[in-house]
Design a protein around this ligand. Sequence first.
Ligand code: ADP
Length: 165
Amino acid sequence: MTCTAFYPGSFDPVTFGHLDIISRAARLFDRLVIGVGVHHGKSPIFSGEERVAMLEEVIEPVAGKYGVTISVVTFDNLAVEAARHEGAEAIVRGLRNSGDFDYEMQMAGMNGAMAQDLETVFLAATPHVRHIAAKFVRQIAAFGGDVTAFVPDIVADSLKSKFEK
Ligand code: ADP
């Protein structure tokens, strides 16, 4: 039996923190589907297509390294529904701090009540990336700051051109 995990998030943009979770999930599961949330009402910096394109580029070496199928999709419905649609048995989330813990526990509880067939698997953030949050990356980039310690170069370049416009 193969086991598929669904990793949902905004990925606006993908950071080294997300990549750390993706690499570690790739060692645990046979197939990983990254779900980029594109819900109405949110105003992301990057469009769904741009976020998918950046993710696809940066996950390529990870998929090759672990010999795992990693794909990227967008979704605009409930994460549990999107996960089921992808044939996943698990939802992967990262935990950075107590704020994440409180929020994620509550969300996992509600998701669990809606979908008993899906297990939420938490991966504790690796110390060297646990401070990274996409929200702060966006703020630093908006002020013209250097974000190369937090995101892959292609993402830093995309942020630069986005804010130069
Ligand atoms: P952010 O919270 O940075 O805006 P997302 O909403 O896209 O990012 O988060 C998707 C998932 O990735 C969440 O489970 C979040 O806790 C996790 N995550 C984000 N950044 C990190 C990090 N630096 N280390 C571990 N997990 C992270």
